[in-house]
Write a protein that binds this ligand. Structure first.
Ligand SMILES: Cc1ncc(COP(=O)(O)O)c(C=O)c1O
Length: 397
C-alpha cells in the first residue's frame, strides 16, 4: 500500500479539511535528529510543533531535553501543565507575564527568558517591581550568529541581537551580574543562515554554489567567535547551557565544543522547506487533507480552502505543497486560495468530488494554527486525535 492509500484508508471516516501526523514518520525523523546530534541534547523548538501532546511524545524519547518556547505566556502555560526547563527564545515585553514569572516559584525556576540589551533588564525590573516575594529571574544572552562580509555590506542570517562581539557579550554579562534579581544562566547564538537555508536548492546551480560558500565561511567564522564569546562570558558567570543551531545544522553545530545543546523543531514534521539539505533527509510527517469540491474543466479540480502560506519573505516556496496524488500544481493566477484552490495537472483527471488532496505545509508548526487537532496515524489506522495549541484555545502568536 502506498502512502496515499494508507492515509486515505486510515481517515476514510473523517470529513476533510483535517490534519494528520504520521507517527512512524515522526519517530524516524526524531531518531535521525538524535543521531545527527551525536550525543548532545536537543532542546525542542515548540513553535515548530504547537501541540502539547506531541511535545510530550517527543520529550519522552531519548535525546531531547527542555523546550524552546516562543512567548512567555506560552512558557508559563507549559510549566503550569508540568513541563520543565523552558527557554523563551525571543525577548518578552509582556509586563503581566513577567510579573507572573517573578511571582511563581516553579515558573521562575523552570523558565529562562532572553535578553540582548540593558533595555530589557530595565523593562523586566519595572514590570516586576510591584511583585512581593520576587523570585530571581533566569536570563539567557542572545548573541548574533549572522555572517558579515565585505565590511558588513553583505549580511546573511537573521536580524536579532545587537550583541555580536566578545566584549559586547562580556559587558552585558557583567551588567547582569551587578543587578540583583537576575541570574545569567545561558547563552544562545542561532545561525539561521546555515540551519534554516537549504544547501541543495533545486534548479539553480549558481545559487547552490553561493549558499554553500557562504555557509562554509560562516561556520568557520562562527566556530571561533562563538567559542571566544562563551569563554569570555564564562569568566563572568557560570553558564548552565550554550544553545545553537536548528534542524538544518544539527550535525554541524553539535561538533562545536562551546555548544552544549542544539535547538530543533522543524525536523519532526519535516515540512517542504526542509527538503533541500544535503546533510539529511526526513519523512513528511504532518499533512493536511482538503476535499475536492468541483471540477471546473478537464485536468483541473478545485479543493476547499488551502491558502495557508508560511511566514517569511513572500514567495512560491511559502505555499503549501500539493503532495498526494503527485503531479498537481497551482494555477499561477490564483495560487492557494482563501476558501478554494484550483489545482492543475494530469492527476486531476482521476479525482472526483469528495476525493482528497494531501498537502504539506511549507513550514512546520504554523499548520497547527489552522487546525484544532491532529489525527495520529500509525500504519493504516488513526490511533488518536490530539489538540493543537489552537485546539486548546492557545493562540500565542
Ligand atoms: C532561536 C532559534 N533556534 C533554533 C531555531 C530552529 O528551529 P527549527 O529547527 O524549528 O527550524 C529557530 C527557528 O527560527 C530559532 O529562532
Amino acid at each position: 500500500m502506498d502512502d496515499r492509500q494508507r492515509y486515505d484508508r486510515a481517515t476514510a471516516h473523517l470529513d476533510p479539511p483535517f490534519a494528520v501526523l504520521d507517527l512512524p514518520a515522526l519517530r524516524a525523523n526524531a531518531e535521525g535528529m538524535v543521531r545527527r546530534a551525536g550525543g548532545k541534547p536537543i532542546r525542542v523548538a515548540s513553535k515548530s510543533v504547537r501541540s502539547r501532546a506531541v511535545l510530550e511524545r517527543i520529550l519522552a524519547m531519548d535525546g531531547f531535553t527542555g523546550i524552546m518556547a516562543f512567548t512567555l505566556p506560552e512558557a508559563l502555560w507549559l510549566v503550569s501543565i508540568g513541563m520543565r526547563d523552558v527557554l523563551v527564545a525571543y525577548p518578552t515585553v509582556d509586563r503581566a507575564a513577567l510579573a507572573e514569572l517573578a511571582a511563581g516559584p516553579v515558573a521562575a525556576r523552570e523558565i529562562t527568558i532572553m535578553v540582548d540589551r540593558t533595555e530589557h533588564l530595565d523593562l523586566v525590573e519595572s514590570a516586576v517591581a510591584g511583585v512581593r516575594d520576587r523570585h530571581e529571574i533566569r536570563l539567557c544572552l542572545d548573541v548574533d550568529a549572522g555572517y558579515l562580509a565585505f565590511g558588513g555590506r553583505f549580511r546573511a542570517g537573521v536580524r536579532r541581537s545587537p550583541v555580536r562581539e566578545i566584549d559586547q557579550a562580556a559587558d552585558l554579562a557583567t551588567e547582569i551580574a551587578k543587578r540583583p534579581g537576575f541570574r545569567l544562566v545561558g547563552l544562545m547564538a542561532y545561525e539561521a543562515q546555515i540551519a534554516g537555508v537549504g544547501d541543495n536548492p533545486p534548479g539553480n546551480p549558481a545559487l547552490t554554489r553561493a549558499v554553500r560558500l557562504m555557509q562554509a565561511r560562516s561556520r568557520r567564522e562562527l566556530v571561533t567567535r562563538r567559542g571566544r564569546i562563551v569563554q569570555a562570558v564564562r569568566q563572568v558567570t557560570d553558564l548552565e547551557f550554550v544553545n545553537g543551531g536548528g534542524t538544518g545544522s544539527i550535525e554541524k553545530t553539535a561538533k562545536e565544543r562551546a555548544v552544549t545543546e542544539i535547538a530543533a523543531g522543524s525536523g519532526f514534521f519535516h515540512p517542504r522547506l526542509f527538503d533541500f539539505y544535503r546533510g539529511f533527509t526526513g519523512r513528511p510527517a504532518a499533512l493536511f487533507a482538503l476535499p475536492v469540491v468541483r471540477r471546473p474543466a478537464p485536468g483541473v479540480v478545485t479543493v476547499l480552502g488551502g491558502g495557508y502560506p508560511a511566514s517569511g519573505a513572500p514567495g512560491d516556496d511559502r505555499l503549501p505543497q500539493p503532495y498526494l496524488p503527485c503531479g498537481l500544481r497551482y494555477d499561477s493566477n490564483e495560487g492557494a486560495g482563501e476558501v478554494q484552490t484550483p489545482l492543475i495537472g494530469q492527476a486531476a483527471e482521476d479525482l472526483r468530488a469528495g476525493d482528497r488532496v494531501w498537502f504539506r505545509h511549507a513550514k512546520a508548526g504554523e499548520l497547527c494554527e489552522r487546525f484544532a487537532s491532529l489525527h495520529l496515524i500509525d500504519g493504516d489506522e488513526v490511533v488518536d486525535e490530539v489538540p493543537t495549541y489552537r485546539g486548546e484555545g492557545r493562540t500565542f502568536l
